[in-house]
Design a protein around this ligand. Structure first.
Ligand code: NI
Ligand code: MN
Length: 230
């Protein structure tokens, strides 16, 4: 699977010939306005857009990308309904459910957070995603606190090859809590997300990477725009 980081919680995962885009928040990402790195939302390709919850730092660019590409939204009922009212098609699910798509299975798992849309609409419960197919299995935590529910993943999902975990603290798990999460989900290869974007979630990269390696795990902090085969 090829994983490309577009900043904050947004990743593009290419697998089984399909492009899965998670939580696109690109045009409003302050880090992308400060640096030379440019990510053009008008050129991003997607077959599916997986939306973890309704907060603007996860949905800002969904409408533009979905309308241009025709990508199908995957999320909880209320999230798919909110985009459906904008004539964007989706596949509604809810926490605990799994569906076999043409690229593999997606299971929605619990996330401890809040969720409402930028217009104040109810966003229902936030979720994380477990995606699995013949190429592998990974988990994107979405925005979440550390939760004991993560201990269920090894019982209900294939062995994880890697996981994308929120590590920025303040709004989600800190990286120290994410080390415990990595234990709970039985995964040693972690890609960090939801850090550095805003002042509240700036982290010390070297300290975070050392804390993971001291725990026998790898923390990958991808520069925005970079890809990794996992
Ligand atoms: Ni959020
Ligand atoms: Mn967020």
């Amino acid at each position: 699977m090829k994983v490309t980081y577009y900043g904050h919680a947004c990743f593009l995962v290419e697998t089984q010939g399909k492009k899965l885009l998670f939580d696109p928040f690109i045009s409003g990402n302050p880090l992308l306005q400060e640096t030379a790195t440019k990510i053009d939302i008008d050129t991003i390709e997607a077959d599916y857009i997986l939306v973890s919850h309704g907060h603007s730092d996860h949905v800002l660019d969904v409408e533009a990308i979905a309308k241009r590409t025709g990508a199908l939204i995957i999320g909880v009922w209320e999230v798919v309904g909110w985009f459906g009212a904008k004539d964007i098609k989706g596949h509604p699910m809810n926490t605990g459910g799994e569906w076999a798509f043409d690229f593999g299975k997606v299971k929605l798992v619990n996330a401890i957070h809040s969720s409402s849309f930028p217009d104040g609409s109810y966003g229902a419960n936030p979720v994380g995603f477990v995606v699995s197919n013949d190429e592998g299995c990974f988990y994107h935590s979405g925005d979440t606190a550390l939760t004991l529910d993560m201990q269920l993943l090894p019982l209900i999902c294939p062995k994880l090859d890697f996981a994308i975990l929120s590590i920025g603290n303040n709004f989600t798990m800190s990286y120290t809590d994410a080390i415990i999460a990595a234990e709970f989900i039985d995964c040693a290869k972690i890609i960090g997300c939801h850090y550095d974007t805003f002042g509240y979630i700036k982290i010390d990269h070297a300290a975070a990477e050392k804390a993971f390696s001291d725990a026998g795990k790898e923390l990958i902090l991808l520069p925005i725009g970079e890809s990794r085969d996992l």
